[in-house]
Design a protein around this ligand. Structure first.
Ligand code: ARG
Length: 466
């Protein structure tokens, strides 16, 4: 018999039960549901709705259900629709009348909102922990590659010389912003909706401050309609996850490119590569490709939940049951991708020689040669043209700017002096970009030092969170 069957004269159809039920996926919320019920029982006791004995019996009953679920012996049933009613039904079966009192001054609407917020709070911390490991990995590799010269690109054409450290620290900044976005999202998730009940709160004087404190929330929701119908926090988390996935995907795209024969900048470790079933020579970057590919499903989840919510009148509508799979799939995906990204990166073989060789080609020092002239008084536009002609000359001869002799330079402009021969090397082009944010090893070192402080502080903050 359904817990709500009083006003019905017929049973629901089996097909309806299967269609309506969310137990196959919301069973993931069992711990939060049980914790929420225990705290709700405290509030019921405090306002005299249940006795001390009843509260104790509810607590024991819920703990025995928790144990059975964790032991894998609890039988979930689609007949009881969702995690909330499966647990409530089992509780009443186990402890009798007191179990029937638990749902006083509560609705599944504030119950599900509570469970989801409690669940997401823990998960946000978990994603942050994984992100900080990735930040750490990026910093470690960067520190080893402060002097690894490589071309920086625009339009995927060689542009100006940078270092691998400078390139990877760009990703450090992206993932750091993601971590900060998660902190912000946590703040808004950290609000207790319990007491909103179905939509219009309750006539019982439930102590919302008590439940807020016992459940470890920072505050409670200020409007009962909003308390049960807000899913912004889930949408916000999926959008932050989408940005994380977009960043991961860009990095993966570069790793895939860099591991091609044509680039040859890196080689993926065997442990994170696959072979081909037909082509014996192949070593494929499947992990990076899968991360790039899984980005699509997270973007899809974001669009799904936004679309579910966009036309819903206040307050709760059953459409909102569709929030969970999008959220769970996002969590599983982003956590799996972050987990594998760090070891894949830290086991990469970096072919410094190939990066240096590429930096010697492609005229990526042309801007520096033009800057040289303009620092000696040649208007930049004129300098640009002179160096453009030099590049054309080199292209004809199949050489690079740094292969030219002083005489070659002086033929193009008498302003060139002996010191051009030092300035033209990719190494000195990098070293002289010595302003904050630039690729000069001295600057990237400073960036790495501040990154290490951020990582240390964030790790210690996260280790203090349960
Ligand atoms: N399983 C439901 C969900 O996930 C719980 C809330 C049901 N509330 C209701 N009024 N039918 O949204």
């Amino acid at each position: 018999m359904k817990l709500w069957s009083g006003r019905f004269i017929k049973d629901t159809s089996k097909e309806m039960d299967d269609f309506n039920s969310s137990i196959s996926f919301d069973m993931r919320l069992y711990k939060q549901d049980i914790m929420g019920s225990m705290v709700h029982a405290e509030a019921l006791f405090k306002c005299g709705i249940i006795s001390l004995e009843e509260k104790e019996s509810i607590r024991k009953g819920l703990l025995s259900i928790l144990k059975d679920i964790e032991d894998g012996t609890f039988e979930f049933s689609v007949q009881y629709e969702d995690i909330h009613m499966n647990i409530e039904k089992a509780l009443t079966d186990r402890i009798g009348e007191a179990g029937k009192k638990l749902h006083t001054a509560r609705s599944r609407n504030d119950q599900v909102a509570l469970d989801l917020r409690l669940f997401l709070k823990d998960e946000i911390l978990e994603v942050q922990r994984k992100l900080v490991v990735l930040l750490d990995t990026l910093v470690t590799i960067s520190e080893d590659n402060l002097y690894t010269i490589m071309p920086g690109y625009t339009h995927l054409q060689p542009a100006q010389p940078i270092t691998l450290a400078h390139h990877l620290m760009a990703y450090y900044e992206m993932f750091k912003r993601d971590l900060d976005r998660l902190k912000d999202c946590y703040r808004r998730t950290d609000t207790n909706p319990l007491g909103s009940c179905a939509l219009a709160s309750t006539t019982y004087s439930i102590d919302r401050e008590l439940t807020t404190k016992l459940l470890g929330f920072s505050n409670y929701t200020m409007n009962s309609l909003d308390g049960v119908s807000d899913r912004d926090y889930a949408i916000e988390f999926i959008s932050v996850s989408s940005i994380i996935m977009m960043h991961l995907s860009r990095l993966c795209e570069e790793l895939i490119l860099w591991s091609t024969n044509e680039f040859g900048y890196i080689e993926m470790d065997d442990a994170y590569s696959t072979g081909s079933s037909i082509m014996p020579q192949k070593k494929n970057p499947d992990v990076a490709e899968l991360i790039r590919g899984k980005t699509g499903r997270v973007f899809g989840n974001l669009m799904a939940l936004l679309t579910v919510m966009k036309g819903l009148p206040l307050a709760y509508n059953k459409d909102m049951q569709e929030d969970k799979e999008s959220l769970f799939d996002t969590l599983d995906t982003v956590k799996a991708c972050l987990s594998i990204m760090s070891p894949m990166l830290s086991t990469l073989k970096i072919n410094r020689d190939n990066m240096q060789k590429a930096a010697n080609k492609g005229f990526i020092n042309a801007t520096d040669v033009a800057d040289y002239l303009s620092k000696k008084g040649v208007p930049f536009r004129t300098a640009h043209r002179i160096v453009g002609e030099l590049v054309l000359h080199c292209t004809g001869k199949g050489v690079s700017l740094q292969d030219l002799s002083l005489e070659d330079f002086r033929k193009a402009s008498p302003v060139f002096e002996e010191d051009i021969m030092d300035i033209v090397t990719p190494y000195s082009c990098v070293v002289s970009r010595n302003i904050p944010g630039g690729p000069a090893p001295e600057q990237v070192r400073l960036h790495i030092d501040s990154a290490k402080t951020y990582i240390r502080d964030t790790k210690s903050f996260l280790s203090q969170q349960s």
